[in-house]
Design a protein around this ligand. Structure first.
Ligand SMILES: [Zn+2]
Length: 243
């Protein structure tokens, strides 16, 4: 199976990072058709040499809370949704063999890797979390907890609904100074661009941010909440420091 590593262009070797696609099946234990979710996780994560029983997931709330995870947190949300880490949209860890993950269907996932520390993070950046600058929360958490230097951080974006398709109300009010694009009297949001700018404002280097530009709405190879509503499954974005 070909696994896409959003950090691959940086030649990382201390961490494994990947996101799933529609063909990998629903990875959520709470949204969409969950009957095969555990089996899907086992297969997809197994391909990355991650034990699905170790997986850490969150009860995501479109906030900006980023939590530190260690060995004792392994398995939170791995086998049932109730054991997921509550009120959280991002994780950081410097512990080898601790797979941290978020689930998406249109929201942007952000992978962060500090090869010096080493340490990793994964963030769930929908527009609400983006408005609350979860990118900055993630970088700050790595600075505070690990002493990471922003200029060392390598960042990869997962698939998300892009500005080609993410139309918002004409009177959409937000705190974004940029990222709202007008086309033919309609308004579209560029979440990836906003997060990129927020990361640059944290002193992450532009050449250290890789955006593959994958749109979940126009590319049927991904789940899309906007397109499929309640039936939408979820993709997983997972990162782990190798043991
Ligand atoms: Zn699109």
């Amino acid at each position: 199976m070909q696994m896409f590593n959003p950090l691959e262009k940086f030649g990382i070797n201390l961490a494994v990072a990947s996101f799933s696609r529609r063909q990998d099946g629903n990875m959520s234990l709470s949204f969409g058709d969950t009957r095969d979710s555990l089996e899907n996780r086992k297969k997809f994560l197994g391909g990355l040499s991650i034990d699905y029983r170790d997986l850490i997931t969150a009860k995501q709330v479109h906030g900006k809370n980023v939590e530190y995870m260690a060995q004792e947190n392994k398995g939170s949300g791995a086998l049932d949704y109730d054991s997921s880490v509550p009120d959280t949209d991002g994780f950081i860890t410097d512990q080898p063999g601790v797979p941290i993950a978020i689930l998406t269907a249109d929201c942007l996932s952000i992978f962060i890797y500090d090869p010096k520390r080493p340490a990793v993070a994964v963030l769930h950046a929908g527009w609400r979390s983006t408005e609350q600058n979860i990118a900055q929360e993630g970088v700050s958490a790595m600075q505070n907890k690990f002493g990471s230097q922003p200029q060392d951080l390598l960042v990869g974006f997962g698939p998300s609904i892009r500005s080609c398709c993410f139309e918002v109300e004409k009177d959409f009010k937000s705190n974004f100074a940029f990222g709202l694009l007008k086309r033919e009297g309609r308004v579209f949001m560029d979440i990836a661009l906003i997060n990129q700018r927020q990361l640059l404002a944290c002193k992450v280097k532009e050449q250290n941010i890789f955006d593959p530009g994958l749109c979940t709405f126009s590319d049927n190879g991904f789940f899309s909440f906007r397109k499929e509503a309640q039936n939408a499954g979820r993709m997983i974005s997972v990162i782990m420091l190798r043991k």
